[in-house]
Ligand binder design. Structure first.
Ligand code: LMR
Length: 394
């Protein structure tokens, strides 16, 4: 049987992680996978996470199963964090999932159950695992323009023109904040226009929000998701706790299905629990319990928010430093967009060949589409990276 297997396409982000590990150069620089690193290169366990784990360790007296949808306290806490009352709780079905990827997978499976012929529209570019999972599930897929290579900002006219092709019932995957891989985001007025268009077309938004707190702040980063949820009858929202709680390996996420009314929310809830059962039964609990412990304890929550703000501030500072250094070394302002982008990434808009040249000549690892992880920069490496960018002819 196993001899019939075919090799599967490798994920370019994970491949890059592997090549970085194998590179013997000691001065190599990792700007690849989307993981936060402090200035010493460590991905720390956040203070509030440590404290919550201690609290759980001291008080937990069973590891028995929770429920198919996960712990209700986690679901309520995350619905509060992401939506903050934008939609009545009874209109929301929700399940805990293994990470944000699990939420995306369950959202797509829910769409396939409800509407097998629906086309899922993705921004071009998007996180490479979006099209990969859609293809794997055998669903229809289309793309809308998103990134303007010339300005490294959003090609909003192109996006709106492409979305004119939506048919009723199609699903549009939107990044709630901190667009991955570009770092270029819609403003509030543009979100309004997108919502109006989706309504006019009868399309359903699916929001992927994996970096809440990394852009303009916890609340500001959720503003677009809240606008979409408040403005539409139906919305799917996949949220990840990997980045903003720094619990990557605990696999903690949530899928919310905002429905037209309470009866439909109940139906969605039952289907989501069914999908969890088919795929892995009970979702992982430890990370979810850490999150609900933090969000439910005012002291831990304040400390978590403070540390997340420190991280966000550090990343904004690195953006400004790199943009300033590139302005100095190139004598132009053409890299200023790096300071205006938001989130963990910036796409610098160059060819895979130039990205490869930076890797070969200077040991700088960014994804082949020229996405760099801003958290991989530090004050010592910024001048080196700026020089490599210019030497590569970007
Ligand atoms: C990324 O985009 O680098 C992260 O979301 C990690 C991943 O799983 O790809």
């Amino acid at each position: 049987m196993l001899e019939h297997l075919k090799p599967q396409p490798a994920d370019k982000i994970l491949m890059l992680m592997q090549s970085f590990r194998e590179d013997p150069r000691t001065d190599k620089i990792d700007l690849g996978v989307g993981v936060y690193k402090d200035p010493t290169g460590l991905t720390p366990v956040m203070r509030a996470v440590k404290a919550a784990e201690k609290k759980i360790w001291e008080s937990q007296n069973t590891k028995a199963y929770v429920g198919l949808a996960g712990d209700p306290a986690f679901l309520d806490a995350m619905i509060g964090l992401v939506l903050d009352g934008a939609v009545a709780r009874e209109r929301i079905g929700a399940v805990a999932t293994p990470g944000g990827t699990g939420a995306i997978r369950q959202a797509l499976e829910l769409i396939r159950l409800a509407s097998p012929e629906a086309t899922v529209w993705l921004s071009n570019p998007t996180w490479p695992n979006h099209p990969s999972v859609i293809k794997y599930l055998g669903m229809k897929m289309a793309e809308y323009r998103y990134f303007d290579e010339a300005t490294c900002g959003v090609d909003f006219a192109g996006m709106m023109a492409d979305l004119q092709g939506l048919r009723a019932g199609d699903v549009v995957l939107l990044h709630g904040c901190c667009h991955n891989p570009t770092g270029a985001n819609l403003d509030a007025a543009q979100w309004d226009e997108v919502i109006a268009l989706l309504k006019a077309k009868g399309a359903v938004p699916m929001v992927d929000i994996a970096y809440q707190g990394f852009g303009d702040g916890l609340s500001a980063d959720a503003a677009a998701t809240r606008m979409v949820a408040a403005g539409m009858d139906e919305v799917l929202i996949a949220a990840s706790c990997s980045k903003n709680f720094g619990i990557y390996r605990e696999r903690t996420g949530i899928l919310m299905a905002v429905a037209r009314d309470e009866a439909q929310a109940k139906l969605a809830q039952a289907n989501l629990a069914f999908l969890n059962r088919q795929n892995y039964s009970f979702p992982p609990d430890h990370g979810a319990r850490v999150v609900s412990t933090i969000l439910g304890d005012p002291v831990l929550r304040a400390d978590w928010e403070a540390e997340l703000e420190e991280i966000r501030g550090t990343m904004l500072g690195l953006r400004t430093q790199l943009a300033d250094e590139l302005r100095r070394q190139s004598n132009t302002d053409r890299f200023d967009f790096i300071a205006h982008h938001r989130g963990m990434f910036s796409r610098i808009g160059t060819t895979p060949e130039k990205v490869e040249k930076m890797r070969a000549d200077s040991g700088i690892y960014m994804v082949s589409d020229s996405r760099m992880n801003i958290a991989g920069l530090n004050s010592d490496t910024i001048p080196i990276i700026a020089k490599a960018i210019i030497d590569a002819g970007v």
